[in-house]
Design a protein around this ligand. Structure first.
Ligand code: PHE
Length: 348
């Protein structure tokens, strides 16, 4: 065994490593590694014969073999890093994202003002401790009319003509029908609820009417409830919705299910009650109806009118949206034209 031989091995190995191109597959480098460093390689078999050499030679040859081995290992490590780096760069080039390209424009939706208002109204009442109750849109004559003190021949039915499935079943004309359900279920216990939902009436559709619209009706039943509570509740609600500077006015009215009944107006945002074209000179705008729950209604729905009293009110969601946002036609709320919708805040 002479050093020349070892040098030849080293030079050959280094040359083969060096000749490997930077984009060579890693397996080529592993082949070289096996060729020179595996157990049966020339270099390693020299190492295996060390035992048969005399001690002096053993030391010299041993050192030289280890030196050659280390150089080959180093060269392989270096080459491995180069190949890996090259592969990574290549990958980065291939996967390069051109950030100068125009992106895809995703148009996110806008909230229909109907839902903005519905949420605002609901939140105001939730904060006052009311519970939201919903009910069916297909109702019995009994729930929609009779339990609300509107018997079969009552003229008030004309104002709420609807779509009938049969003589006893119709699309509900108001969400007061849900209140009837809630009262029946409450079993004579106090109630504090709002009922949002779609209602249907036979109406000719125009800028201010639709055969389908939505209401939120409220009902509170407890001991010692009077008109003062109704007025204070609606004043708080309407000022939260429209602004603290608005005045509230109650006008006497008629609903079969409330007695006394009122129409509730708020002062015109434009003239603050003086009278202007917007409020048709009256200074006020009609906003909702309400009243003290009629003793007949209490009785029919399981309450003793001598112990319990209550108030109820009802409003049209679209009407409130129209008033709050100055919308010129109710149909804009239903058609979902994005040019209309984009004036309102984005959905959250
Ligand atoms: N139900 C009435 C309507 O649809 C509104 C209302 C509810 C009035 C409760 C008074 C009390 O017009």
């Amino acid at each position: 065994m002479n050093y020349e031989n070892l040098d030849q091995i080293l030079n050959r190995a280094l040359k083969q490593i060096d000749d490997l191109k930077n984009d060579a597959p890693m397996s080529d480098l592993i082949d070289i590694k096996n060729r020179y460093l595996a157990k049966k390689s020339e270099l390693m078999s020299i190492l295996a014969t060390l035992g048969s050499l005399d001690p002096k030679q053993r030391k010299n040859v041993g050192q030289k073999v280890n030196d050659v081995k280390r150089q080959i290992v180093d060269a392989i490590d270096t080459k491995q890093k180069i190949i890996e780096k090259h592969a990574l760069n290549q990958k980065l080039v291939n996967e390069k994202i051109d950030i100068s390209l125009p992106g895809k424009n995703y148009i996110s939706g806008y909230t229909n003002p109907f839902f903005i208002i519905k949420k605002e109204i609901t939140n105001i009442f939730l904060n006052m401790g009311y519970e939201v109750v919903e009910g069916p849109e297909v109702e019995s004559d009994h729930n929609n009319f009779e339990l609300l003190n509107i018997p079969k021949d009552h003229p008030a039915r004309d104002m709420q003509d609807s779509f009938w499935f049969d003589p006893n079943t119709l699309l509900r004309t108001h969400t007061s029908a849900v209140q009837a359900h809630a009262m029946q279920e409450a079993n004579g216990k106090p109630l504090r609820i709002i009922c949002p939902g779609k209602v249907y009436r036979r109406d000719n559709d125009d800028a201010t009417h639709s055969h389908q619209f939505a209401q939120i009706e409220g009902l509170l039943i407890d001991k010692n409830i009077n008109m003062g509570h109704l007025k204070a509740t609606l004043e708080l609600f309407l000022r939260r919705l429209f602004g603290q500077d608005r005045q509230i006015r109650l006008r006497s009215s008629f609903f079969p299910f409330t007695e006394p009944s009122v129409e509730v107006d708020i002062s015109c945002a434009n003239c603050h009650g003086k009278g202007c074209p917007m409020c048709k000179g009256s200074g006020y705008i009609e906003i909702l109806g309400g009243g003290m729950v009629h003793p007949n209604v209490l009785k029919m729905n399981g309450y003793d009118p001598d112990v319990y009293s209550g108030f109820a009110f009802g409003l049209g969601i679209e009407r409130i949206a129209i008033l709050k946002y100055g919308i010129d036609d109710i149909r804009r709320i239903y058609t979902n034209d994005v040019r209309f919708l984009h004036q309102f805040k984005k959905s959250d």
